[in-house]
Design a protein around this ligand. Structure first.
Ligand code: ASP
Length: 581
């Protein structure tokens, strides 16, 4: 007796057929003699009817939620008034002739049946869900998300295979790859006192594959970064990593747009318009106050520095920049205070404001606003102008944060997906804490060749050949054209304060590879978890990862990380400091 159909796939075309179904009891109801079992598998539900005279009756009377059973029966059409439009198999039911219990089940810690019936699942705390992940994973939303994820990955493989990419696996136990985070270390038993690092990305391996002539590489790669956890970070996460030889930036962008469009079409049936808009970093920061602007709504910032320059309003008169934003609403004092707190959180000294009422600005800094500014900003009756003044970066970022909050509060974002490329990032940024230049992407990113002569003279002005892919205000991919010449890579290390010895010790293998004839190359990595979460309409990447870690980086299911036996540590030559225990 073998399964003939998935429960959720039984439909009117099977009427009068004998079927064998296997699955979980979603719900059992006893209606005065007749027993109804909603039987569930990954495809959905079907209603099983057990009549009192059926040989299945005694067992059916015993089963409970989440028991695993095998049912044999005959499909029949339901009378019109009993059709259940909320489930796909709602026009039919299966009249049971046999029922075998394959496994009994404890009462689940929380119900998983509601969404399968077309109702809303009960809210359950995330830690409980993770602790009982096996049960949680039965829920409809997670089943859908993981299948979407599979479709995305399958589409990626198909597309890149057609485009001549080959997938290559790179090691987990390796040396440190700098991507700006701390490494996870793995002690070596065979070389006591020595450690592997888990890769923060396959960056250097993919570059070496290019030097080795593989031309087009990709990998669905697990990456490991020991970062302070933010809401939406996982210590181990997945990238689509790819690299191409003999290409320029535009080739990489173009290929990735086509890949994105293919993935959306195949996995969601959504058509993405390509090419995506391209915006320089400077423009994104100036207009949206972010290097990952959410283009689902307008609300652009305007530069009004010159209009206030040398004026009566001291706070603005000598500021490096003054930025303005027009909120399409008459904001209350209270709302303005809340927005100001957000701006201050990003380093602004304050948030100035004025409402446009009765054809003129009133309240806030009204008396300081120069003639004609209302017209220039296009402010309309009942709207509120907001201003931040100060150093450029802090000002644009803080007003950008206000912009995002307004977008959220006023519900300005359009439905759907808005992609763009942000290009021309600075190569370096000044690291206040350590008093030196540091890379913005990673140390292997090529400077814009037009800016090469600025490299030592004015490093902050050098643009990188780096690009980010942005979807609905989140960075979902980032990459660059790489340095493929050893001398330039050495210059770059020097700029970053990595001397020749340190460079040799840490990256000798890369420098050596570059000296064996490296093609020009570049690539990108997509944050696959974020991609799929956005596609699934989920806020958290934990909703698209089968076995995620919680916000403390722990796995409540397996209880990792965990202490290990003294003997295991001894084998590794490791002793723990007692005070930490
Ligand atoms: N390795 C980079 C990262 O993980 C991506 C790339 O440059 O291709 O962000």
């Amino acid at each position: 007796m073998r399964r003939t159909h998935y429960c959720g796939n039984v439909n009117t075309s099977n009427v009068n057929e004998q079927v064998v179904l296997e699955g979980w009891v979603n719900r059992r109801r006893d209606l005065g003699g007749l027993i109804f079992i909603d039987l569930r598998d990954r495809e959905g539900l079907v209603q099983v009817v057990v009549q009192p005279e059926s040989p299945a009756y005694a067992e059916a009377d015993r089963v409970r939620s989440e028991w695993v059973v095998r049912v044999t029966g005959t499909v029949r059409a339901r009378p019109a008034e009993q059709v259940n439009a909320r489930i796909a198999s709602g026009e039919v039911e299966v009249v049971a002739e046999g029922l075998e219990v394959l496994a009994e089940a404890k009462t689940p810690p929380f119900p998983v049946d509601a969404a399968w019936r077309g109702e809303e699942d009960q809210a359950v705390s995330e830690d409980i869900r993770m602790r009982y992940r096996v049960v949680d994973l039965r829920r409809r939303a997670l089943q859908r998300n993981l299948r979407l994820r599979h479709k995305v990955v399958a589409a990626i493989y198909r597309f890149l295979d057609q485009e001549g990419f080959i997938s290559v696996e790179t090691p987990f136990l390796t040396r440190s790859t700098p991507e700006g985070a701390r490494d996870f270390l793995v002690p070596s038993r065979l070389q006591p006192g020595q450690f592997y690092a888990l890769p923060q990305s396959p960056q250097l391996f993919k570059q070496m594959l290019m030097v080795a002539g593989y031309d087009r590489y990709f990998q669905i790669a697990r990456c490991f970064r020991d970062e302070d956890l933010r809401a939406d970070r996982q210590p181990d996460f997945t990238q689509l990593d790819l690299e191409m030889s003999f290409v320029d930036q535009e080739d990489v962008l173009e290929l990735n747009e086509r890949l994105a469009a293919y993935v959306f079409e195949e996995a969601l049936g959504v058509e993405l318009p390509i090419p995506f808009p391209r915006m320089t970093y400077a423009e994104a920061m100036n207009r949206y106050g972010s290097d990952k602007p959410d283009l689902r709504f307008g609300l652009e910032m305007r530069d009004v520095t010159e209009r206030f320059r040398g004026g009566e309003f001291r706070a603005f008169a000598g500021a490096e920049v003054v930025k303005a934003l027009v909120a399409p609403a008459a904001l209350s004092r209270r709302e303005i205070e809340e927005l100001e707190a957000i701006a201050k959180g990003k380093g602004a000294a304050g948030l100035a404001w004025s409402r446009y009422e009765g054809g003129a600005f009133s309240g806030g800094i009204a008396k300081f606003i120069p003639e004609g500014l209302a017209r220039e900003l296009g402010v309309q009756e009942g709207q509120t102008a907001l201003f931040v003044a100060g150093p450029w970066r802090k000002s644009v970022e803080s007003l950008g944060a206000v912009r995002l909050e307004l977008g959220k509060r006023l519900g300005l974002a359009e439905e759907g997906f808005k992609f763009l490329w942000v290009v021309d990032f600075p190569l370096l940024e000044w690291d206040e804490e350590n008093g030196r230049w540091t890379y913005m992407h990673h140390p292997f990113t090529s400077p814009n060749l037009e800016d090469l002569e600025l490299l030592e003279r004015d490093p902050g002005k050098v643009r990188a050949r780096a690009y980010d892919m942005v979807m609905n205000g989140t960075e979902v991919g980032g990459g660059s054209i790489r340095i493929h010449r050893r001398d330039l890579q050495e210059r770059m290390f020097a700029l970053l304060g990595i001397g020749p010895e340190e460079a040799q010790e840490k990256f000798g293998f890369l420098l050596e590879a570059l000296s064996f004839g490296a093609p020009p190359h570049g690539g990108i990595a997509w944050g696959l978890d974020r991609w799929v979460a956005n596609m699934a309409g989920e806020d958290s990447i934990r909703e698209v990862i089968a076995f995620p870690k919680n916000k403390e980086g722990r796995d409540p299911l397996t209880e990792a990380p965990s202490p290990v036996a003294e003997a295991q540590l001894a084998e590794l030559g490791i002793a723990l400091r007692k005070s930490d225990g």
